[in-house]
Design a protein around this ligand. Structure first.
Ligand SMILES: Cc1ncc(COP(=O)(O)O)c(C=O)c1O
Length: 408
């Protein structure tokens, strides 16, 4: 009998027992998705998710872009298209790298993906064989841990300090194990909110170059830096060994599922093959709408508005942490992005905080799933982008009381 056939009883299917590929046993279920199910009640003030503010999704602008594309080029926009993606959109992305970061990228080095999450899957598919060694920040982005886990790597966590990954630890890791790639989020990292310093970026590049490893630079939050000034991409210092992933989710709308990957030609060739096998190409209508929107709306002023709103919400959350929380609680003060990372005093469990806070209708995200080696039981992630300032004040007051009550 095929391993995938349902098990049959006396003439009828009584139970469903299936044998899955071993890789599935090594891939964690997204803890966030599970937690979000509990926190979806309308009365809950949720700092647990990672959604952009609904107030900053320009429905009217996207409606106009959609109507315009359907009217002027509907039959083409609704057809199959190329795997690489709509060339003018790739050119737009390349031009923006030049303008924002002084980075020279050719449109041929860009592949449009189904959100930047798909980049992580494709990178895993073409780079990671079972048992290959992969370094990742500690704490690391949960979605990357999940995407890479499907390809059965050996993970090496590298501590993320205030300035970025601890360079000595990275160097020791990579000199003692055959690490193929290091995945990191240099701008306003998820979950910690940490931004690598300029010097740290140069050092990461130096170590990668010395040991011939690839750096995967996830730049989902690069446009959301509150000051509006960007630090250089690691690719500036490591052009041949950096793969960048980018996303329109935080500046346009996550539901459009538009992202991209920038890779040197030899890697791009493999990514295109993997993408073809996966889904032929990304949603072409979405690509055309995104390009129409980016061409005819003032995206720079839209991004300035997003930065302003998030900076204010972040400031309110930090002020609440400063003023209402026990001094033994430490936290990051992000330069951008959507998250603050909180470390509770020794022996205090964020899972207990999660459970107690939920009874007060506040949701937080315990930090353990962001660690590939266990640990993080005293950490939690707080999202500030999806709550209005007044909800942040109310929710954080309740959270402070919970933490005081369980005597952290
Ligand atoms: C660091 C990071 N990378 C990638 C993603 C995936 O985003 P998307 O697929 O919407 O581009 C996220 C989503 O929150 C993220 O935080």
């Amino acid at each position: 009998m095929s391993q995938l056939s349902p098990v049959k009883g006396k003439g009828a299917i009584t139970t469903q027992r299936y044998t899955f590929a071993p890789r599935m046993a090594k891939t964690p279920k997204s803890f966030i998705r599970e937690i979000l199910k509990v926190t979806e009640r309308p009365e809950v003030i949720s700092f647990a998710g990672g959604l952009p503010s609904p107030a900053l999704i320009d429905v009217e602008g996207i409606r106009a872009a959609c109507a315009s594309i359907l009217e002027k080029d509907g039959k083409v926009a609704l057809q199959y298209s190329t795997t690489e993606g709509y060339l003018p959109l790739r050119q737009f992305i390349a031009d923006r790298y030049k303008k924002r970061l002084g980075l020279s990228v050719s449109p041929d080095e860009i592949l449009i993906t189904n959100g930047s999450q798909q980049c992580l899957d494709l990178i895993g598919k073409v780079i990671i064989g079972a048992g290959d060694h992969v370094a990742i920040e500690r704490p690391g982005y949960l979605g990357a841990i999940q995407a890479f886990s499907l390809y059965e790597p050996v993970f090496h966590p590298v501590t993320l300090g205030e300035e970025g990954p601890e360079i000595a630890e990275l160097e020791t890791t990579i000199s003692t194990s055959p690490v193929k790639m290091f995945y990191g989020v240099p701008n306003s990292q998820n979950p910690s909110g940490i931004t690598y310093s300029r010097r740290n970026r140069q050092e990461v590049a130096r170590v990668m170059e010395e040991y011939g490893a690839l750096f995967v630079e996830d730049d989902a939050y690069g446009e959301l830096n509150f000051s509006g000034t960007s630090l250089p991409s690691v690719r500036t210092f490591l052009p041949g060994q950096t793969v960048i992933t980018g996303s329109f989710s935080k500046i346009l709308a996550p539901g459009m599922r538009m992202g991209w990957v920038v890779a040197p030609p030899a890697i791009m060739e493999q990514l295109v093959i993997a993408k073809q096998a996966s889904d032929l190409h990304s949603n072409y209508l979405s690509q055309r709408i995104a390009y129409e929107y980016l061409t005819y709306q003032d995206i720079d002023s839209h991004i300035r508005k997003i930065r302003e709103v998030y900076r204010n919400q972040c400031d309110v959350m930090v002020r609440m942490l400063q003023e209402e929380f026990p001094k033994t609680v430490s936290y990051t003060h992000p330069l951008g992005g959507m998250f603050i990372w909180v470390t509770l005093p020794d022996g205090c469990s964020s899972m207990e905080v999660f459970e107690q806070a939920l009874k007060e209708n506040v949701a937080v995200l315990p930090g353990m799933p962001f660690y590939v080696d266990g640990g993080g039981a005293d950490t939690m992630r707080l999202n500030f982008s999806n709550s209005m300032p007044e909800d942040i004040v109310r929710g954080m007051s309740r959270l402070a009381r919970v933490i005081q009550r369980i005597s952290c």
